[in-house]
Design a protein around this ligand. Structure first.
Ligand SMILES: NC(=O)c1ccc[n+]([C@@H]2O[C@H](COP(=O)([O-])OP(=O)(O)OC[C@H]3O[C@@H](n4cnc5c(N)ncnc54)[C@H](OP(=O)(O)O)[C@@H]3O)[C@@H](O)[C@H]2O)c1
Length: 309
């Protein structure tokens, strides 16, 4: 057997933030880290769904250590991202582990509160803004890590440099691929910047393969696509449980051997299923110049964001 949740080292005393913690991989990540003693801040966009999940996790918990708390976070609103970071700064003054997990997949074209395409905004820009706001609270913390969740979609992703918000042309799958490529490029560029300034914070990326969560049902219902619903039914035997899908991000977040700049995914069926192992990133993410270019572009969009309100 490969690395599993039973291999997570003692997390007592650690303060963790998981975005999109009320569902799927975020829920399983919260469950596993809390079971090993961490205090987990569940950052969720919908208080009712967040509270329901928090209650279930607390009721089922066997851990006497740590705790599980709910925080409001809408990644598609940069003001909400600022407020969430501010709350953590004021209430805790530190953070040990940030898991950039939340995501949306292939909806019809919509925009974030600041006018950015929803997938690029939620999956990438919101997480980048959140990470930048929280890094000062992580500096100097023992074994501090940022884990950014990407997808196999990174391999077909491409950054539309001239039209990142899909204003001229929107293909919802291309936009998902772009956002997931951006996730891994961000994680690697962050690693480079942290190393350059001598920081001990690690930045890693992970993807779950195919995991049975609410991601596909939410996408089908947003698009009303019977064809996609049928395709997912046919593919169902390939999907692993959400708990298995969460292992690569849990490995990146806790394994002593997981180093900054590394990328983990499932080991079998071309990265679709199985226990975590190190994997190559998409070729576009290996190019340091493209990563820097994306960083600069993203920063511009984040900083221009509030002006659009
Ligand atoms: N499942 C897979 O097969 C698969 C494959 C590759 C990559 N991934 C990646 O895995 C990550 C987790 O997805 P999942 O599969 O666990 O799907 P999920 O069950 O749909 O969970 C997604 C989570 O993200 C939250 N979210 C969406 N938009 C948000 C926003 N604007 N602000 C804050 N939270 C937001 C959702 O909140 P609500 O519940 O309120 O909607 C939910 O908690 C995503 O980054 C996804 O791209 C998943």
């Amino acid at each position: 057997m490969g690395w599993s949740a039973a291999d997570i080292p003692d997390q007592r005393g650690r303060l963790v933030l998981v975005t999109g913690a009320n569902s799927g991989l975020g829920l399983e990540t919260t469950r596993a880290l809390h079971a090993h003693g961490a205090t987990v801040l569940m950052a969720c966009r919908n208080r009712e769904r967040g509270e329901t999940a928090r209650r279930i996790l607390t009721d089922q918990s066997v851990s006497m250590e740590g705790g599980i708390e709910l925080l409001d976070l809408d990644l598609a609103d940069l003001e909400s991202v600022d407020r969430c970071a501010q709350t953590i700064r004021q209430r805790f003054g530190r953070l040990d582990l940030l898991i950039n997990n939340a995501g949306v997949m292939a909806p019809p074209r919509q925009c974030s509160r600041q006018g950015h395409e929803l997938q690029f905004a939620t999956n990438h820009l919101g997480h980048m803004a959140l990470t930048r706001a929280l890094l000062p609270l992580m500096e100097g913390q023992p074994d501090a890590r940022v884990v950014t969740v990407t997808s196999g979609a990174q391999y077909f992703g491409r950054i539309a440099w001239e039209d990142p918000n899909g204003e001229q042309r929107y293909d919802r799958w291309q936009a998902y691929g772009q956002s997931k490529l951006a996730n891994v490029m961000f994680a690697l560029e962050l690693d480079r910047q942290l190393r350059d300034r001598g920081s001990s914070i690690r930045s890693l990326a992970a993807h779950p393969g195919l995991a049975r969560t609410n991601l596909q049902p939410a996408s089908v219902s947003a698009n009303g696509s019977r064809l996609e619903a049928q395709a997912y039914r046919l593919m169902d035997p390939l999907f692993q449980t959400a708990a298995m899908g969460a292992l690569p991000q849990l490995h990146a977040a806790t394994a002593g051997s997981a180093q900054s700049g590394q990328h983990y995914g499932p080991s079998r069926l071309g990265g679709l299923r199985g226990y975590p192992k190190r994997q190559r990133v998409a070729p576009a993410a290996e190019d340091p110049q493209q990563r820097e270019r994306l960083w600069d572009l993203s920063l511009k969009l984040i900083e221009a964001g509030p002006a659009l309100r």
